[in-house]
Design a protein around this ligand. Structure first.
Ligand SMILES: [Cu+2]
Length: 473
């Protein structure tokens, strides 16, 4: 006797095969196209330590000739000979040990941008460590406490050194975080100032105007490449972690106004997903979003940079630029996976009784008529530290009455931006547009020491728009 379950099974198997073929595959069932991210591949450092919770690497700052412009050799300043430098990838709570050697013709240091690590690992010369002289070494050794998209770069003569190519990504994952669809792609956007022979321009090119405006490079680079190609398949999501590693340039980025589902930023996941159609990325800032390839199979498109209004003359007579080829391969479209909307619980900092400070971001001239920027009218060389106590919550009013925007960065601590309707997100870098006020709340955990804060237009930082905070127990 035939039982009812067998009967049901037979009837399913007897469905016309054309019906099976028409059902689109889900994104989870297919892979990215072969070699989809080949042009954007990052250098992976060798782990010298057998402990799975310790990443121990050698890192060398070294000048290497590279072909940035076709047929021209550029002496790029690199970490381990690659541009960007090696991708450091860890899980929350892992320990990182970096045996750093300086083979540059100049002193340097490494700042671990956004990481809440002990003060003596923060990489600020004459404040948290001595500069690493040419031929010298320093070992960085710390535990990474937070998931997120971070980066590392020098904190000595940083406008020049970052502009010459010293920058690299650092990503910390939390295995317990909600699953975000899409294959990970880490993109460092930057630029470089080259002359027509491919040589690096003088770091102080443009003189006083360069100091005021900041120095934007002549070529835009995506993971060190001019116009790389990224392959995708319609509907098959990619999770992009984007980092602005340029010394001055703002990146407003979009792809045909396609939706970009932002799931996180500087300090890891946001509290919930926010969907936008363009990303504005100020120097040193990061976002983490799901990109759903929108184009029909067998289509080519261009991912573009748009000028951002960051003050006087910044958009005048400037056009959008193509910065990356988007190749949608000739494979059937797939159905995207849903992006979770609730991502993480973030509690708003309690600002009742918080200590309040106002930081005026200021531009002036010194007695020799050189541009002199500062905080509250004081150039960093003359600045006394702000005094602060471990455990204290503070509210900072960042006031910008100048004609230029300033991306404000706090070392070592995350903050929350007040008065925004965006989902809560821990940040360490925030734009303070020209003629505006931004308020942030910070809470100082138990990591006493000297902590810098500054404009991350590195040309502005170099002419004085920096300060420091002396955090005591
Ligand atoms: Cu600035």
């Amino acid at each position: 006797m035939l039982d009812i379950r067998k009967l049901l099974l037979f009837s399913v198997l007897l469905l016309p095969t054309s019906l099976w073929a028409q059902a689109p595959l889900s994104a989870a069932q297919v892979s990215q196209p072969p070699e989809w991210d080949k042009d954007l591949a990052l250098n992976i450092p060798q782990d010298l330590n057998p402990d799975p919770h310790i990443l121990e690497i050698n890192l060398e700052a070294v000048v290497k000739e590279m072909e940035i412009m076709p047929g021209k050799k550029t002496p790029v300043w690199t970490y381990n000979g690659s541009l960007p430098g090696p991708l450091i990838k860890l899980n929350v709570g892992d320990r990182l040990i970096v045996h750093f050697t300086n083979k540059l013709p100049a002193p340097t240091s490494i700042h671990w941008h956004g990481l809440r690590i002990p003060n003596n690992m923060d990489g600020v010369p004459d404040m948290t460590q001595a500069m690493v002289q040419p031929g010298g070494q320093f070992t960085y050794d710390f535990v990474v406490p937070d998931a997120g998209t971070f980066w590392y770069h020098p904190h000595v003569d940083s406008a020049a050194q970052v502009g010459y190519g010293l920058y690299a990504p650092l990503v910390v994952e939390d295995p317990a975080a909600p699953k975000i669809p899409g294959d990970e792609l880490i993109l460092m956007f930057s630029d470089m100032s080259l002359d027509d022979k491919g040589q690096l321009q003088e770091p102080k090119a443009g003189g006083r105007f360069g100091d005021l405006f900041g120095r934007e490079g002549t070529v835009i680079l995506v993971n060190g490449k001019v116009m790389p190609t990224l392959q995708m398949r319609k509907g098959k999501q990619q999770r992009w972690r984007v980092i602005n590693a340029s010394r001055t340039r703002y990146f407003t980025l979009r792809y045909k106004r396609s939706p970009l589902a932002i799931v996180g930023g500087d300090g890891g996941l946001a509290e919930r997903t926010r969907t936008v159609d363009e990303i504005k990325l100020v120097p040193a800032e990061r976002y983490d979003f799901v990109f759903t390839p929108p184009d029909a199979p067998n289509t080519d498109g261009k991912f573009r940079w748009y000028p951002t209004d960051r003050g006087y003359g910044s958009t005048y007579n400037r056009l959008a630029e193509d910065i990356m080829n988007i190749r949608t391969v000739n494979e059937p479209a797939v159905t995207p996976e849903p992006v979770p909307q609730q991502l993480r619980k973030i509690v708003s900092l309690d600002t009742k009784g918080a200590k309040e400070r106002t930081l005026n971001l200021t531009i002036g001239y010194d007695k020799d008529e050189n541009v002199s920027m500062g905080i509250n009218g004081v150039h960093y060389k003359d600045a006394a530290p702000f005094m602060a106590k471990v455990g204290q919550t503070e509210v900072w009013t960042l006031r910008n009455d100048t004609d230029f925007s300033h991306p404000f960065h706090m070392h070592g601590f995350f903050f929350q931006v007040l008065g925004t309707t965006d989902p809560l997100l821990w940040k360490d870098t925030v734009d303070v547009p020209q003629h505006s006020v931004v308020k942030i709340a910070l809470k100082f955990d138990d990591r006493p020491g000297m902590w810098m804060f500054h404009c991350h237009i590195l040309d502005h930082a170099e002419v004085g728009m920096m300060g420091h905070l002396h955090l005591e127990r």
